[in-house]
Ligand binder design. Sequence first.
Ligand code: NDP
Length: 282
Amino acid sequence: MSQLIDGKLISAQVKEQVAKEVVSLKQQGISVGLAVVLVGDDPASKIYVGNKHRTCEALGIASHQYLLAASTTQQELLELVSQLNQDPAVNGILVQLPLPKHIDETTILNAIDPSKDVDAFHPVNVGKIMIGNFDLLPCTPAGIMDLIDATGVEISGKRCVVVGRSNIVGKPMAMLLLHENGTVTVCHSRTKNLQQICRRADILVAAVGKAKFVTADMVKPGAAVIDVGMNRDEAGKLCGDVDFEAVEPVAGYITPVPGGVGPMTIAMLMQNTLMAAKLQNG
Ligand code: NDP
C-alpha cells in the first residue's frame, strides 16, 4: 500500500504562505495583481478562470478578469496584452488556452512581457528553464516538484521517467528533474517498450491525457507515481492517467485525481504572480 501525496494539503500550505507575503508587500505599499484573459465561452476554460479569480481574491491578490467574446480579433487581443504589459497594477498576465481557431496562440503568448508571464510559456522563460536560471516556472511541473519534495524522496541519482512531451508539462517537467540531478527519460507516443521503461522508474510522472493509461505492471514497487492526467472515465467521473486502484498497492507514493497535481497548479500560479510582483518591484 502506498502513501498518498496530498495535493490539497500541500497546495493549502503554499497558498497560506503566498497570502502572508501578499500582506507583507501591501504593508510596503505594493499590491499584487493578476490579469486573466478568456476569449470565448469554452465551459472548461470558464471554470478554470473562475477558480483562478476566487483563489486570487482569497489570497488578497487583485484579480483583473477580461472575458472577451469569441469574435475578438487577434489584433484586439494583442492590443489588450500590450495594455496589460504596461499596466503597473498588473504583475502577472495569463491568457487562458485554448484560444479560438482564428487566433494564433504562439503570437499571443510571445506578446506577453516575459516578466509578467506567470504561465512561463514565453520563449524567454522556456529558455531560462533550459539553462537552469529561471524566476518563473510553468505551474504544473513546479507544483509536481513540490509534491515530490513532500514525499522526502531524493531526486538526485534516481531514474525519473516522464510520459508525455508537451511544452506545458512533459518537457519542462523533464528539465526540472534534470536540474535536480535525476536521470531522466522522456517517453511519448512513439516510444518502444514503454512498459519496461516505466517499470524502471523510481519517479514516474504520467502526463498523457489517457484515462488509466499507467497500469500496475508499468510501476516499480515502491516508486513515486505522479498523475498529471485529467480525464473522464466511462462513467464520466474525473480520473487520471494512472489506474489508481491497481497501481496504489504497488507504488510507494501516489497522487490521487482529484486532489493531487490539480490543486498545486493553481497554487503555483499564485506563487508565480507573487514572484513576478517581487521582481518587478526590485
Ligand atoms: P498533450 O496532449 O499536449 O500531450 C500528451 C503527451 O502524451 C504527448 O507528448 C504524447 O506523445 C503522449 N502520448 C500520447 N499517447 C501516448 C502513448 N500511447 N504512449 C506514450 N505517450 C503518449 O497533453 P498535456 O501535456 O497538455 O496534458 C497531459 C494530461 O495532463 C492531460 O490529461 C491534461 O488534461 C492534464 N493536465 C493537467 C493539469 C493539472 O493541473 N492537473 C495541467 C495540464 C495538463 P506525442 O508527443 O508523441 O504525441
